[in-house]
Design a protein around this ligand. Structure first.
Ligand code: KE4
Length: 428
């Protein structure tokens, strides 16, 4: 089992070497364990609900490539489809049948995506959808929510300005103030603030994670999404659902099906690529048709719609039937309710098979309440669980995921490990 560096010598050694070539030793910051401390595991392989590090330690994987692996790792039908696709050529840089099939499959489950464009990341999807919304409305202002993450495009790396101005300020070096001055930020679930923004600004689009997955999991308050739909409709603004996490995760039709809201544009990623680099955006035909080559909104991508990713996505979505979602619900609700019962000082938020645990005795409904949870206790919990063979996201502001490959044995081991962690924190 994993634990201190004494059981992870190869991870420690490889991470040292990684830092010579990769900035911070990683290719995406959250993987560096900055938020929880310690040395990141270097993963050798994964299968089903298990990942194995380079020292041969096995873990139950709740990161699941940040939500992409709803069927678990190396799912046999996905692997077989990918093997066949690879043997027929990995990328044509031209139209292939698989991208037509995947677009049709997505539209069948999410009819609001009348037209679709595939890209290679969630960032590209959200960035492109926003560009489209600005072109369609001929407006500049974009309203996002505090604590949301829509990828690392410049316009999203903003924080709310001070006072009434509320104009965006850069949240990252290298992002010019001019680029984020048109990015407005409101509190998630704060309709007062949203209404104020609409009174003060002509807004091109509101982009929202219909269920927040980047400050832990935070579901929308009752009526929040409906009012966003109503306000955007009444003000001629575009409603963009960022369903990069929630798309096909919380239901076959995503959060828009769960809450009965029809957005104008939707961004997807993760699950639709079956573990391969992917993103997609789509929605109302009258908006999407502004995209090149029909319209004047430029967007392009070398590997967009490549046959391997498309086949991996198709194989994945084809497995997502009613039975899969009821198994996911049964396992995730057992896990979530059991963890929530371990202590009144722990709050578990859950929608479907996306969950988060917060070390607090207050309910977590927005960024302030999420960010004020005990981050140090989460770090201790993270390492305690890792030492018991349970691999969680290395940040208290992320979601964790149950896949169809997780067994009830996995879930029960996780609950027992969490119980022992909380015993060591609170009861002695
Ligand atoms: P990518 O560009 O990382 O494919 O997707 C960006 C994105 C967009 N929208 C939402 C709601 C997202 O959650 C993401 C990316 N998710 C993070 C984890 N919360 C990816 C992990 C990482 O950054 O390494």
């Amino acid at each position: 089992m994993a634990g201190t560096s004494s059981t992870n010598p190869r991870s420690v050694k490889l991470f040292k070497k990684a830092q010579r070539y990769l900035v911070g030793g990683v290719n995406s910051p959250v993987r560096a364990y900055k938020s929880v401390g310690g040395t990141p595991l270097v993963i050798a392989r994964a299968k089903g609900s298990q990942i194995v590090d380079v020292d041969g330690n096995e873990y139950i994987d709740y990161v699941g490539s940040w939500g992409a692996l709803i069927l678990g790792s190396a799912e046999p039908t996905v692997v077989e489809e990918v093997r066949r696709a690879v043997e027929s050529g990995t990328s044509f840089g031209a139209l292939c049948e698989a991208e037509i099939e995947l677009a049709e499959t997505i539209k069948n489950s999410m009819p609001s995506l009348e037209m679709i464009r595939f890209v290679n990341s969630g960032t590209e999807a959200c960035m492109s959808a926003t560009r489209l919304a600005r072109a369609f409305t001929k407006r500049k202002k974009i309203l996002k929510f505090e604590g949301a993450y829509h990828g690392h495009a410049d316009l999203f790396l903003s924080q709310s300005g001070s006072g009434m101005a509320s104009l965006g300020l850069p949240k990252s070096d290298g992002v010019p103030r001019a680029v984020v001055r048109d990015t407005l930020t409101a509190g998630y679930n704060d309709l007062m603030e949203v209404r104020r923004m609409f009174k003060m600004h002509e807004i091109a689009a509101v982009i929202v994670e219909p269920i927040s997955g980047n400050m832990g999991v935070i579901p929308p308050d009752k009526g929040f999404l409906h009012e966003l739909r109503d306000l955007t409709e009444r003000n001629g603004s575009i409603l963009v659902f960022d369903e990069v996490i929630t798309g096909f995760r919380v239901s076959k039709g995503g959060a828009q099906e769960l809450y009965g809201i029809i957005p104008d544009l939707t961004c997807l990623g993760k699950i639709i690529g079956g573990g391969f680099p992917v993103g997609a955006f789509g929605g109302r035909e009258d908006i999407m048709k502004l995209l090149a080559p029909i319209g004047r909104v430029y967007q392009a991508g070398t590997l967009s719609g490549n046959p391997v990713t498309m086949k991996a996505g198709l194989a994945t979505l084809h497995r997502l039937d009613k039975g899969t979602y009821s198994r996911l619900e049964r396992k995730a609700s057992h896990l979530g309710s059991s963890l929530g019962r371990l202590s009144h000082r722990v709050k578990v938020n859950r929608v479907g098979s996306m969950l988060s645990i917060h070390f607090t005795d207050k309910i977590v409904t927005n960024y302030p309440s999420a960010s004020s949870c005990d981050k140090d206790l989460y770090a201790r919990y993270f390492h305690h669980m890792q030492s018991r063979g349970v691999y969680l996201p290395p940040s208290h502001m992320e979601a964790f995921f149950v896949s169809d490959a997780h067994s009830m044995k996995d879930i029960d081991h996780t609950i027992m490990s969490a119980d022992s962690a909380l015993n060591s924190f609170y009861r002695n």
